[in-house]
Design a protein around this ligand. Structure first.
Ligand code: 4NP
Length: 195
């Protein structure tokens, strides 16, 4: 384990000829324990519509790529009023139509999540601002992105619109937008982490 002073890690030897940095220690330690190296968290308001959809889509893509051992995917809400609830059935139906499983139970994003995750993906600009307000430091803010910013066809600053009070069509759109953004996001994660 390294220290801020720059000691070397015996257990998670990275073979570096310079003091290893804390993110490197974290990755090497996770690998040595057989844990996923890269962790993503999708975040919307209630964690019952958009972020569980994005989580299901990304898990599906990660499984297709054979990278389940290396990439972990979760989701959360900026609000806690649906804590423990399953995803909205309309989100699950949209997933089923494409063979994508959408499950889990809702939970609120909390302060410790800034440590646990490498990428925090906000579904809309309000989620992004709410998350940014809770980020403990500049390093945490660097982990924060608007999901659709990864879709090259998406206009700058575009949201995944909240489908909760609308019709089933809104859930179909959410699923398509998540697929369009998660594919290039997975490519970026693979590039950045050599996966
Ligand atoms: P989500 O959608 O943020 O995509 O999970 C919503 C779910 C619930 C509510 C609003 C949005 N609500 O007001 O209860």
């Amino acid at each position: 384990m390294t220290t801020p002073g720059g000691a070397y890690c015996n257990r998670c030897a990275t073979g570096k000829s310079r003091p290893i940095t804390l993110p490197e220690v974290d990755q090497a330690r996770k690998r040595s324990h057989g844990l996923a190296v890269v962790s993503l968290c999708f975040v919307c308001l209630g964690n019952i519509c958009r972020s569980p959809t994005a989580e299901g889509v990304m898990r599906h893509l990660v499984r297709e790529a054979g990278l389940e051992h290396a990439i972990s995917v979760e989701s959360a809400g900026t609000a806690g009023y649906h804590e423990g609830d399953p995803p909205d059935f309309r989100a699950c139906t949209a997933g089923e139509r494409r063979g994508i499983a959408i499950g889990g139970s809702a939970r609120q994003f909390d302060a410790s999540d800034w440590q646990r995750f490498d990428y925090v993906l906000a579904m809309d600009r309000t989620n992004l601002e709410d998350l940014a307000a809770t980020a403990p430091n500049a390093e945490a803010k660097k982990k924060l992105f608007l999901l659709r910013s990864f879709d090259p066809k998406s206009p700058a600053g575009a949201d995944v619109p909240d489908p909760y009070y609308g019709s089933e069509d809104g859930f179909e759109l959410v699923l398509e937008l998540c697929l369009a953004a998660c594919k290039p996001l997975l490519e970026k994660v693979r590039r950045e982490h050599g996966l």
